[in-house]
Ligand binder design. Structure first.
Ligand SMILES: CC(C)(COP(=O)(O)OP(=O)(O)OC[C@H]1O[C@@H](n2cnc3c(N)ncnc32)[C@H](O)[C@@H]1OP(=O)(O)O)[C@@H](O)C(=O)NCCC(=O)NCCS
Length: 191
């Protein structure tokens, strides 16, 4: 059953995010992700749904209807807490500081648009339609908010590209980000 994320399920979403998604956020560690999802509960522009079975989270999706300045809006929810975690990361990983700054300046967050930010399904529960359900609830939720289409970015190397193609997303752009090829898909919400 799909439900909005609650505080009690944050630890399971953090585990899924760390285990199933690649990228820089999982690298920042459990404490950072926990703060991120906790802050998201107080950020109306960032919505997370979970697919649950007997209290176990099998998958989740996060989206925003307005990504402009989203990073800073989230960080402001617990500025001191985030600064402490991030400083600790920079001190222990000095060579990754430049990468970190580039992530914070992710181009997708410089303009106002709707975007599906993360979607992940537990690897033991894939190919059963959970990802599709999470994509559909994102689309129907956005439709209620007057959104007609949204973006999704995904590294070209990931099998998730096939999932997006199968679920009706259109590849609109490919660009280099942090030395890797990234694809932008667009999902048009139909009536
Ligand atoms: C991408 C992901 C969310 C898909 O979840 P899922 O629950 O397995 O997907 P579904 O079962 O709903 O599949 C929907 C359709 O996509 C297809 N599909 C899903 N994953 C696929 C894959 N790796 N290769 C080919 N087709 C795939 C399914 O066959 C299905 O097609 P159908 O409708 O014709 O039957 C999941 O593989 C995942 O968590 N991947 C790791 C995290 C990730 O990369 N996320 C995306 C980056 S933001």
């Amino acid at each position: 059953m799909i439900k909005p994320l609650t505080d009690q399920k944050i630890d399971q979403v953090v585990n899924l995010h760390r285990n199933e998604l690649s990228g820089f956020l999982p690298e920042l560690g459990e404490e950072f992700l926990t703060k991120f999802y906790r802050a998201s509960l107080e950020t109306p522009d960032l919505v997370t749904y979970v697919e649950e079975e007997n209290g176990k989270v099998r998958g989740f999706v996060s989206y925003s209807v307005n990504t402009e300045g989203l990073n800073s809006r989230i960080l402001k929810k617990d500025l001191l807490g985030f600064v402490i975690v991030l400083l600790r990361y920079i001190i222990t990983h000095p060579l990754k500081t430049v990468k970190f700054i580039k992530i914070i300046a992710y181009p997708g967050f410089s303009s106002k648009r709707a975007e599906l930010l993360s979607i992940a399904v537990d690897r033991n529960h894939r190919m059963k339609g959970i990802g599709k359900k999470l994509l559909k609830i994102t689309a129907s939720d956005m439709k209620k908010k007057g959104i007609k289409k949204f973006k999704i970015s995904v590294y070209d190397r990931l099998p998730a590209n096939a999932f997006y193609m199968k679920t009706g997303c259109k590849l609109t752009e490919s660009f280099e980000f942090m030395g890797e090829l990234m694809n932008y898909y667009e999902y048009e919400i139909r009536d």
